[in-house]
Design a protein around this ligand. Structure first.
Ligand code: PLP
Length: 473
């Protein structure tokens, strides 16, 4: 697509050569600025990115500004943003209340490393919203929150093993980066999946204290409990499998996990890093009416600032206060993040959670409209999720119960679709996930559906048919 850059103000220094781009020029590449800056960043920043997941976009964009549901790149292209920074921006970009609160906060001391009132104010708000939250602890990242929740569970039960599920991401730490996205060759038999390491450099014995089951398959979990129930400290699961296709729990499944863990004296940990403060103010545990012993939160919690947390039963969390379980963090409970969290949680919970209802309603409308648009064009697409988070699955397999179904998706079609959508101003995550914020509405739905229709009827899409593969991950 020909694209004229009339005033490209970025100053580029590439391979030691200064390129003043204040000149007027014409290019056929609408991402020329992002590509050039990535090249420059690669000279100093490993891979040019701060998280390798970000290199997986069709084009890793350099972003410059955002407002509400929209974001703009350095080339001046505007997009409807369905990445929401990988989830946190539940109120959209630059929400006026967050901007005001952060301005106010900037005039105050930035960090105390001691107690201050925002800590208990946010903790009290979480207590009032989240069913399991008798006590709350703040961390900076979701990965740390998981690490501490697992340590607490092991200490509380005096057992070592953790049962997790295939396709689940609980952060990048050695203890849990297991069977996140194993290949078909690695996964092992469905009734007894292998525990597969997620990274080179990870200590191989990380797998020793972890059991892996298929998700949405209570029989598989029952079998593992029957064999090793006396050693299992906890079962950790997202209530919705967000990182491998936004797959919903089948009726009775979460209740089944609750019952089994109670029977065997193990803890149930709901990993609500994505669903928390997104599916509903009380998280998925409020929606599905299953109360876990512990829960982890992050992403939407502070509307885009650095904050994660875990919460749960008093006697489990207070093992830390009693000094029996070690934990720390210089930036824990920092005032900027907590001020943002106080405003975000207040926004999403007032008026009966109206804003989250709106985000989920908008998301469901978009899910349905995209599925209909694909069906009209004869494109095999299924859409799974709960509205404010959902995923696209190309290919003939329409049934998604767990990671093994997700693995059958046609990833080449997904990649081509996302690239073509990006060219039309629709920015979503490279794995086909869409996050919808309270700032999105009917106008964004209409624009996105129009873009999808244009892709499905384009020559470039039709030309790619028949060259589809399923093995790219
Ligand atoms: C489901 C899930 N759990 C945990 C994490 C890790 O959180 P953090 O990146 O804050 O460490 C992520 C991050 O994307 C996630 O998606």
């Amino acid at each position: 697509m020909a694209y004229v850059l009339a005033s490209w103000l970025t100053l580029l220094v590439i391979h030691g050569r200064t390129v003043s781009s204040q000149m007027i020029h014409t290019t056929t590449d609408r991402y020329a600025g992002s590509r050039a800056l990535l090249e420059r960043a690669r000279q100093s920043l490993a891979g040019g990115v701060s998280s390798p997941f970000r290199a997986k976009f069709p084009v890793p964009l350099f972003l410059q500004d955002g407002e509400g549901p929209k974001v703009r790149d350095v080339d001046g292209n505007e997009y409807i943003d369905y990445t929401l920074a990988w989830g946190p921006l539940i109120l959209g970009h630059k929400h006026p209340r967050l901007v005001a609160i952060l301005r106010e906060q900037a005039a105050k001391p930035h960090i105390f490393g001691a107690q201050h009132e925002l800590e208990y104010q946010v903790a009290e708000l979480i207590q009032s919203l989240v069913p399991c939250a008798e006590r709350v602890v703040f961390t900076s990242s979701g990965s740390e929150a998981v690490q501490c929740a697992l340590r607490l569970a092991r200490a509380y039960t005096s057992r070592n093993k953790i049962l997790k599920f295939e396709g689940y991401y609980h952060g990048w730490l050695d203890s849990v980066l297991l069977s996140h996205h194993p290949s078909a060759a690695e996964m092992g038999p469905p009734e007894h999946p292998h525990v597969v390491l997620g990274s080179q450099g990870q200590t191989p014995n990380s797998a020793d204290n972890v059991l892996v089951a298929r998700w949405n398959d209570l029989e598989c979990v029952e079998k593992l409990f029957a064999e090793q129930g006396d050693f299992i400290a906890a079962v950790i699961t997202e209530p919705v499998l967000c990182n491998s296709g936004c797959i919903l729990p089948e009726p009775g499944y979460l209740e089944g996990l609750r019952k089994l863990t109670q029977e065997y004296g193990a803890l149930l940990i709901f990993h609500e890093i994505i669903a928390g403060f997104r599916i509903a103010p009380g998280g998925a545990q409020a929606v599905y009416k299953v109360t876990p012993d512990l829960a982890t939160f992050g992403k939407a919690l502070a509307g885009g600032l650095t904050l994660s947390a875990f919460a749960g039963r008093r006697e489990i969390l207070e093992q830390m206060a009693e000094g029996r379980v070690a934990f720390g963090g210089t930036f824990n409970g920092n005032s900027f993040s907590l001020a943002a969290a106080l405003a975000t949680l207040d926004e999403i919970s007032r008026d009966g959670g109206r804003l989250l209802q709106h985000a989920n309603h908008t998301g469901r409308r978009l899910m349905q409209a995209l599925a209909e648009t694909a069906a009209e064009a004869g494109v095999p697409l299924s859409v799974t999720g709960f509205g404010a988070a959902f995923s696209l699955h190309f290919g003939p397999n329409q049934i998604h119960r767990d990671y093994r179904d997700y693995l059958l998706d046609d990833r080449e079609s997904l990649r081509r679709f996302l690239h073509a959508m990006l060219d039309r101003g629709i920015y979503s995550l490279p794995d086909g996930r869409f996050y919808v914020s309270a700032a999105h509405g009917e106008a964004e739905v209409a624009e996105t559906v129009q873009a999808a229709r244009s892709v499905f009827h384009s020559q470039e899409w039709k030309a790619g048919e028949g060259k589809l593969t399923t093995d790219e991950r």
